[in-house]
Design a protein around this ligand. Sequence first.
Ligand code: SF4
Length: 264
Amino acid sequence: MVRELPRMVRYLKERGTYVLFNTNGTLLNRRKGRQLIDAGLDELRVSLDAAEAPAFKMVRGLDLFDRIVANLRSFVVMQRELKVTAPRVSLWLTGLKETMEQLPAFVRLAYELGVSEVYLQRLVFFPGGIGLARRQSALFDQLEARDEELLREAQSLSASLGVTFNASGAADPSTSVTKKGSRNPWSLCRRPWTLMYFTANGRALPCCIAPFSMRGYDSFTLGDATQQTLREIWNGSRYEEFRRALLSDRPHPACSNCGVRWSL
Ligand code: SF4
């Protein structure tokens, strides 16, 4: 964990920002957890990806499942002791053919840990594939009867246990892995109208996805926060042009796989 993270969270909170981040949970010990609570963190998303150690090792290649679960358990207990509800903790499972059987147990694990939100994350993959990040492991547009059954089981279990079960992008899990008929799937993206993303050196990007979509940042760098105000960037010609392209048949190349190889 970045040593200055609690101070960074505090800095943002003092400026009225909603602060969240994703973690793999391996370093979430009691001391660091307490620092994050005291700093005022709003939301903590834990990528766990499995409901048991062997499946975790298959996905992540490391034997860290028990440690992460112990960290989470102790963090939630500490929140109860302190009588605080922030940060909101959620568990995330990247949807893979190989781990779908884990899904109902994943919901149950969240319940047992006292975590009230579970998310199914759509797999991002590339044409050549990297490890399990490959087309044949993705659920998107490849749901089989057994996968659908497991999704239904997880949904009904979550409803009965009072655990919220969603997918990223405010979609429900089934919708997020079902192909929509749209000719221009990227056109559903609202990020360039709703948020800005900055790199550590001040580049303004339309989202966090574009850098994974193609090499080189220059073509989708929409401003420079070390030289311009946020208002100038937001209303600038590069942002305007990027938005116009996204609504057309010829979006920026970084956008053309959105809604196809990953969700929006
Ligand atoms: S790369 Fe994807 S997420 Fe980013 S602005 Fe384009 S369509 Fe939206």
